[in-house]
Design a protein around this ligand. Structure first.
Ligand code: NAD
Length: 269
């Protein structure tokens, strides 16, 4: 039986992962898209981690290759995208996964440094825009494609740190703008808002900041209404698989929370 994204060429930017015990969103998405028939280009600034994702995909008998990229450098982004187009002939899927908060020095407004603000802007927003900018002409020319930008439930919640909150909110505005502007060419652009996920990126930064691991995990689990446990990277990956597949052919410009009813439960009394 053909996979749900059979034969598609997909670039996942940020498909390596922060080291840790669990799997990251980007890596899980790359693995799942490959399982469902896509040929995946794993793009990351971390060579070892990106190649590890490729090895995991190939070990399952699926197709992937690694490309080094600095997602905040336009030359690097455009070279990668053009190389993929030349090599494979089309780009059907762009998955923008790069993003971080505390690891970039994010803070509340009065403590945030100019450098940390600029880093947050570059990593969380500019990187997504630049990849879209260079992929869209290719997708327009081929008559369609799917872009998913990873935002965050922080957009809808009382998230404390200014950089991440602001940039992830702008990712939604950008997603809607692109969906509107390129619908005429059959191009779909959507966003996913992960909630509290048990991923190394979310857990390790807080452990490194001094909170004991058990405490980080227990307090995050307790804040999730659905089953009192965090989601996993696979929950994000399955949402991405759907949005990138032709099953979602009439869906564009949406932002999809993957959050265990967290948003629906806000202000519960
Ligand atoms: N885990 C959560 O709880 C959670 C919640 C909401 C949103 N998110 C979002 O999910 C995304 C990340 O999830 P993840 O679990 O895959 O994180 P991760 O940290 O495990 O993986 C991110 C990958 O991006 C790469 N990367 C970072 N900067 C880069 C750059 N400039 N160029 C190229 N590669 C770069 C890293 O090397 C890493 O391999 C982010 O957008 C994050 O904001 C996560």
């Amino acid at each position: 039986m053909p996979g749900r994204v059979e034969g598609k060429i997909g670039i996942v930017i940020g498909a390596g992962q922060t080291p840790g015990d669990t799997i990251g969103n980007g890596r899980a998405t790359a693995i799942l898209l490959a399982r469902e028939g896509a040929r995946i280009i794993v793009a990351d600034q971390d060579i070892a981690s990106g190649k590890e994702t490729v090895e995991m995909i190939i070990a399952e008998g699926n197709e992937a290759s690694f490309e080094l990229i600095d997602a905040v450098d336009e030359t690097s982004v455009s070279i990668l995208i053009n190389r993929v187009k030349e090599k494979f002939g089309s780009i059907d899927i762009l998955h923008n996964n790069v993003g971080a908060s505390l690891a970039l020095g994010d803070a509340v407004a009065v403590d945030l440094t100019e450098d940390a603000f600029d880093r947050s802007f570059a990593v969380n927003l500019k990187s997504h825009w630049m990849a879209c900018k260079h992929v869209i002409p290719i997708m327009r020319q081929q008559g369609g494609g799917s872009i998913v930008n990873i935002s965050s439930l922080a957009v809808l919640e009382g998230y404390p740190y200014l950089g991440y909150k602001t940039m992830k909110t702008a990712v939604i505005a950008m997603t809607q703008n692109l969906a509107m502007a390129h619908a005429d060419a059959g191009l779909r652009v959507n966003a996913i808002l992960p909630g509290l996920m048990n991923t190394p990126m979310a857990i390790e930064a807080r452990v490194a900041a001094g909170t004991p691991r058990d405490q980080v995990i227990a307090s995050r689990n307790a804040r999730v209404p659905l089953g009192n446990r965090m989601g996993t990277a696979w929950d994000v990956a399955y949402a991405a698989l759907f949005l990138h597949s032709d099953e979602a052919q009439f869906i564009s410009g949406i932002w999809l929370p993957v959050d265990g009813a967290a948003w629906a439960s806000q202000g519960k009394y």
